[in-house]
Design a protein around this ligand. Structure first.
Ligand code: ADP
Ligand code: MG
Length: 660
C-alpha cells in the first residue's frame, strides 16, 4: 500500500431504507476518503445519517449504489463471509450501548473477537488490552457488575483485541456522564497516537473537537469536511505491507475446539439462566426417552425369560390343543372345537413317533396352610411333564404313575407359593388345603423366573386326574404336551396325531380345523408376538413424544433467538459468520435435547429397576437402547433447532444490534 493511498474511499454511496410504507434515503450519493492514522469525527443532528454511514464504513451494512474501496481495492461486492472476516480482522467497533455479553467476564468479553479470528493465547492478548483501558483489577468480573464507563472501556479493549486497522465508534460517550466520556475519549486519542485510524460518530461538538477532522452531515449529505487544529500532516499510521487479501484469506481452521467450548458455555449459561423454561421444553424428549428405555428393558426381559424357558425344553415338543390355529383374535363358530380327553392322550402315547405325552389342565385356587392363605395358578399334568417341561423338583420328588392313576391328593409347589405359605420352613411332606381338600406336598419345582405379566414360580402342580376329577370337575384337558422321538420326524408325527384325532372324534374334513398342533417355533412365535406388538406401540409412543418434544424445542429456540437478537448482532459485528451463528444455536438446541434425553435415560432406568424390584418383573436395560436414545435426542435437537438457528444466522448485524 502506497503511503498516499486512502485506507477507505467511498464513491457515490447511497443507502435507502424501505420500511414498506415509506422509503427513507439515509445517505445520498456520498463521497468520502479517509487516510491511515486519521481521527475523524462525524457530526450531525439525530437522523442525519451518521450511523448509516458508519455502518457502511465498518462493513456492517452494504450501500445500495456506489463503490467502496478498502486499502485500494473494490470490496463493494464481497460476500457475507468475507465481510465477516473484514469486520473481525480489520475493524473494531464501539457502540453507544456497549453491547457486552452479560454472562461473560470482562476477560471473556474482551477476547470474543479472537474466538472468531481463530487466534490462540486469547487470555494473554485480552489481558493486555484490559490493562490498556485501565481495568486490570476487574478482569474476572461479569460485565453486568460494571458501571457504564467501565463497560465502555471493556468494549474498547474488545475492539482492539484483534489489532484492527480502524476503530469505528458510534456515539461512544452517548450513555456516559461528561467525566467518564472524557476518559473514553482520552483512551481513543491514545490509541490514535499509536497508529489506529478512528472514525467516531457524535452529535456533541466538544467531543468532536478531539478529532483531527470533522465531517458534518445533514439529511444524508455531507455538508462540511474540515481539519481541526489537531491535524497532523504526516501519514501517522497504517500498516504498510498488509494487503487486503491477507486479511480476507487468513486460514481459519483448527480453532473449532475453542469455539465449540464457547458455544457449550453459552448453551449451558442460557439454559441454566432459564431453568424452569428449559426443563419444561425438554419434558417431551424426557418422557419419550424414559418410555423407550423402560419399555425396551421390559420387552427384552420378557423375551429373554421366554427364550430361556423354551430352550430348556428342546425342539421336539408338540402341543395339541382344541380350537383352530386361527383362534387368536378370530372367534370360532359353535361346535367346531374338538375337546381332548385323557384317552386321546393315551392313544397319542401309543403312536410310533411319540416318546411321551403329558395332558394339562389349568385352573386356580386358594391354597391354605395354617393361617396362611395364597391364591395361585393350579396345573394338572401327566407324569411326563417332569421331563417334557424340565420340571424336575429341586427338593422332594415328582408324583408317580401310580399316584396319577389313583388320583392321589399330592402336589408340587412353585417357589413363590412355597415361600408365601412356608417361609423358611421345608414344605416337603407337609399338608395344605385346596378347596378344603387336604394335599400332601411332594416337592418344590425348579424356578422359572418372572416374565413380564406373570410370576412363573407362582404355581402349584398336581396329577392331571386329581385336578380334573377331584378339584376342577373338568371332563376335558386343556392341551396335551407331546414329545416326539426325534426332531426329524416332527412333520410325520403331526400327520399321525392329526389322523388319530380325526379317527377318534369322527371328524369331517371341514372340522379338521377344530384342533391344532403347534411345534416349538409356533409356540415361541405366539409368545413373542405380544412382545412385538408392544415394540410397535412403544415405537409409536416414542415417535409421537419425540415429535411433540421437538416442536417444544423449536418453539423455545425461536424465543431464545428473539431474546438474543442483540447478542447475535454483536457476534456478527465482531466477525462471526453465518455458519458460526448457525452452529452455535444448533449446539444449544442439541444440548438441550441431549440433556432431556439423558434425564430420560436415568428416569427410564429408574422406572425399570423399580418395576424389577417391586413387581418382580424380569427386565434388561440394553446398552443399545441407551445409545439409540442419546442419538435420537441429539438428532431431534439438530432437526428442530435448525429452523431457529437458520433464522438467527440470517439476521443482519445492523438490524440485530438495533433490536429492542
Ligand atoms: P443518525 O445516526 O444520524 O441519527 P441514522 O443513520 O440512524 O441517523 O438514520 C438516518 C435515517 O434513516 C433516519 O431517518 C432513520 O429514521 C432512518 N433509518 C435508519 N435505520 C433505519 C432502518 N433500519 N429502517 C428504516 N429507517 C431507518
Ligand atoms: Mg445514530
Amino acid at each position: 500500500m502506497a503511503d498516499n493511498t486512502p485506507i477507505i474511499e467511498l464513491k457515490n454511496i447511497s443507502r435507502t431504507y424501505d420500511t414498506g410504507k415509506v422509503k427513507v434515503t439515509a445517505l445520498k450519493e456520498t463521497d468520502i476518503s479517509i487516510n491511515p492514522g486519521e481521527f475523524v469525527a462525524i457530526m450531525g443532528h439525530s437522523g442525519s445519517g451518521k450511523s448509516t454511514l458508519l455502518s457502511i464504513l465498518g462493513f456492517l451494512d452494504r450501500p445500495d449504489t456506489g463503490k467502496y474501496y478498502f486499502m485500494g481495492e473494490d470490496i463493494t461486492s464481497l460476500g457475507d463471509d468475507d465481510l465477516s472476516l473484514l469486520r473481525n480482522h480489520a475493524a473494531g467497533f464501539i457502540f453507544q450501548q456497549f453491547h457486552l455479553l452479560p454472562r461473560m467476564t470482562v476477560l471473556e468479553n474482551t477476547g470474543l473477537p479472537m474466538l472468531y479470528a481463530g487466534k490462540k493465547d486469547m487470555k494473554m492478548a485480552a489481558g493486555e488490552k484490559i490493562d490498556i483501558v485501565g481495568l486490570s483489577h476487574r478482569k474476572g468480573h461479569y460485565s453486568n457488575e460494571l458501571s457504564g464507563g467501565e463497560q465502555q472501556r471493556v468494549a474498547i479493549a474488545r475492539s482492539i483485541v484483534n489489532e484492527p486497522l480502524i476503530l469505528f465508534a458510534d456515539e461512544p460517550t452517548g450513555n456516559l456522564d461528561s467525566k467518564r466520556g472524557d476518559e473514553i475519549i482520552e483512551i481513543l486519542k491514545g490509541l490514535n497516537r499509536k497508529g489506529k485510524t478512528i472514525i467516531m460518530v457524535t452529535h456533541a461538538m466538544d467531543i468532536a473537537l478531539n478529532a483531527d477532522r470533522i465531517i458534518s452531515m445533514l439529511d444524508g449529505e455531507i455538508i462540511s469536511d474540515v481539519k481541526t487544529c489537531n491535524w497532523k500532516d504526516a501519514d501517522a499510521g497504517g500498516k504498510p505491507g498488509i494487503h487486503l487479501k491477507d486479511i480476507i484469506s487468513r486460514p481459519d481452521k483448527m480453532y473449532q475446539k475453542a469455539r465449540f467450548s464457547d458455544y457449550m458455555k453459552q448453551a449451558i449459561g442460557s439454559i441454566s439462566s432459564h431453568k424452569l423454561r428449559s426443563f419444561l421444553s425438554m419434558l417431551g424428549i424426557l418422557i419419550g426417552v424414559a418410555a423407550v428405555i423402560s419399555m425396551l428393558a421390559i420387552g427384552q426381559g420378557a423375551k429373554d425369560a421366554i427364550t430361556q424357558q423354551l430352550s430348556a425344553l428342546g425342539s421336539n415338543l408338540l402341543m395339541v390343543r382344541p380350537g383352530s390355529t386361527r383362534s387368536h383374535g378370530v372367534s370360532l363358530e359353535a361346535g367346531t372345537v374338538t375337546r381332548l380327553t385323557l384317552n386321546d392322550a393315551r392313544a397319542i402315547a401309543n403312536l410310533d413317533e411319540v416318546a411321551g405325552v403329558a395332558p394339562v389342565v389349568n385352573g386356580g385356587g386358594q391354597v391354605v396352610h395354617g393361617n396362611k392363605n395364597w391364591g395361585t395358578r393350579i396345573m394338572g399334568v401327566g407324569t411326563e411333564h417332569e421331563k417334557l417341561r424340565a420340571a424336575k423338583p429341586v427338593t422332594g420328588r415328582f408324583f408317580s404313575e401310580e399316584e396319577l392313576r389313583m388320583r392321589s391328593k399330592v402336589a408340587l409347589l412353585g417357589l413363590t407359593v412355597a415361600r408365601e405359605l412356608f417361609g423358611e420352613e421345608d414344605p416337603v411332606g407337609k399338608t395344605i388345603k385346596i378347596n378344603r381338600i387336604n394335599f400332601t406336598i411332594l416337592g418344590i419345582l425348579p424356578t422359572r423366573g418372572a416374565s413380564t405379566y406373570r410370576d412363573q414360580d407362582d404355581i402349584l402342580i398336581m396329577p392331571v386326574t386329581t385336578a380334573m376329577y377331584r378339584l376342577m370337575g373338568k371332563e376335558y384337558v386343556d392341551y396335551i404336551d407331546v414329545e416326539i422321538k426325534s426332531p426329524e420326524i416332527i412333520d410325520r408325527a403331526k400327520v399321525s396325531i392329526t389322523n388319530l384325532i380325526i379317527k377318534r372324534h369322527l371328524l369331517s374334513e371341514r372340522e379338521v380345523d377344530s384342533f391344532n398342533i403347534r411345534d416349538m417355533t409356533e409356540i415361541r412365535d405366539a409368545l413373542t408376538s405380544t412382545t412385538k406388538t408392544m415394540g410397535w406401540l412403544l415405537g409409536a409412543v416414542a415417535a409421537i413424544s419425540l415429535l411433540v418434544g421437538g416442536i417444544g424445542i423449536m418453539n423455545i429456540m425461536l424465543v431464545t433467538v428473539k431474546e438474543r437478537t442483540r447478542e447475535i448482532g454483536l457476534r456478527k459485528a465482531i466477525g462471526a459468520t453465518r455458519r458460526d451463528i448457525l452452529i452455535q444455536f444448533l449446539i444449544e438446541s442439541a444440548f438441550l435435547t441431549f440433556a432431556g434425553g439423558l434425564t430420560g435415560i436415568i428416569l427410564g432406568a429408574g422406572i425399570t429397576v423399580l418395576l424389577a424390584k417391586i413387581a418382580n418383573w424380569s427386565v434388561k436395560i440394553s446398552f443399545f437402547s441407551i445409545i439409540l436414545s442419546t442419538f435420537f435426542s441429539i438428532i431431534v435437537g439438530i432437526t428442530f433447532g435448525l429452523w431457529p438457528a437458520i433464522q438467527a444466522s440470517k439476521l443482519k448485524p445492523v438490524e440485530a444490534l438495533r433490536y429492542e
